[in-house]
Design a protein around this ligand. Structure first.
Ligand SMILES: *[C@@H]1O[C@H](CO)[C@@H](O)[C@H](O)[C@H]1NC(C)=O
Length: 214
C-alpha cells in the first residue's frame, strides 16, 4: 500500500516538473524568433515576425513546405545587422539560407553544419569574421556556397573537398590564408572564386602544408 502511494506521489511530482508540451513544439518558430532578437532591423523587414503566432509560415521572408517546416529564409538586401546564433541549426528542413548583402558581423556559427538539407547558403557581402567552419563538410546536399566579400580568416577547410554536390563556391574578397584545395569539386572552381585573399595559390600536395603562411 504505502509503496503504491509513494509511487503515485513521485509520478505527480514528475508531471509537475515536466515542461508544458506547447512550449517545445515549435522549435523552428523559436529559432526564428531568437534570430530576430539578435538582429537590428532599421528597415523593419522583420515586422511580420510575430512570436505569438502558432507557426511562422505566414511571416514575410519565410517559406515553408506543405508540412509547415521552414525551407527558405530570404533576407538578402535587407539592411539587417547583428550576428547569427547556434539556434539556426533548429531549422533542420532549411534548403535556402539567403542572408547576402547585409551588415551581419561576428562568426559564422559552426552549428550551421547541422542543416542537412541545405542546398544554398548565401552569406556574401556582410561583415562575417573568423574561420569558415569545418562542419560545412556535413552539408552533403549543398550546391551553392557564397561567402565572398566578408572578413573571414584562416585556411579553407580541406573537409570541404568532400562536398560532392557543390557547384558554385565563392570565397573571394576575404582574408583567407594558406593554399587552395585541388581535390573533388575544387578542381572545377575558377580562380575568381578565390581572388583577393592572402592565399598562396593551388595546393602542391605533399610538398607544403596547406595552412602554410596562415
Ligand atoms: C540602412 O540602415 C541604416 C541605419 O542603420 C540607415 O541609415 C540606412 O539609410 C539604411 N539603408 C537603406 C538602403 O535602407
Amino acid at each position: 500500500m504505502s509503496t503504491s502511494i509513494s509511487l503515485s506521489v513521485l509520478f505527480l511530482l514528475f508531471l509537475l516538473q515536466s515542461p508544458l508540451p506547447s512550449l517545445s513544439t515549435n522549435s523552428e518558430g523559436n529559432a526564428l524568433h531568437a534570430l530576430r532578437t539578435r538582429l537590428s532591423d532599421p528597415n523593419n523587414v522583420l515586422q511580420s515576425w510575430d512570436p505569438t503566432l502558432v507557426n511562422s509560415c505566414t511571416w514575410f521572408h519565410v517559406t515553408c513546405d506543405s508540412n509547415n517546416h521552414v525551407i527558405r529564409l530570404d533576407l538578402g538586401n535587407s539592411n539587417i545587422s547583428g550576428s547569427l546564433g547556434p539556434e539556426l541549426a533548429q531549422l533542420t528542413h532549411l534548403q535556402y539560407l539567403e542572408l547576402y548583402n547585409n551588415n551581419i558581423n561576428g562568426k559564422i556559427p559552426e552549428e550551421l553544419g547541422n542543416l542537412k538539407n541545405l542546398i544554398s547558403m548565401d552569406l556574401y557581402d556582410n561583415k562575417f569574421e573568423g574561420n569558415i567552419p569545418k562542419s560545412f563538410s556535413n552539408l552533403k546536399t549543398l550546391k551553392f556556397l557564397r561567402l565572398n566579400n566578408n572578413k573571414l580568416t584562416g585556411p579553407i577547410p580541406r573537409e570541404l573537398t568532400h562536398l560532392k554536390n557543390l557547384k558554385i563556391l565563392d570565397v573571394s574578397n576575404n582574408d583567407l590564408c594558406g593554399t587552395i584545395p585541388v581535390d573533388g569539386s575544387f578542381g572545377s572552381f575558377p580562380a575568381e572564386s578565390f581572388e583577393n585573399n592572402a592565399l598562396n595559390g593551388p595546393e602542391l600536395k605533399g610538398l607544403v602544408p596547406y595552412d602554410f603562411g596562415c
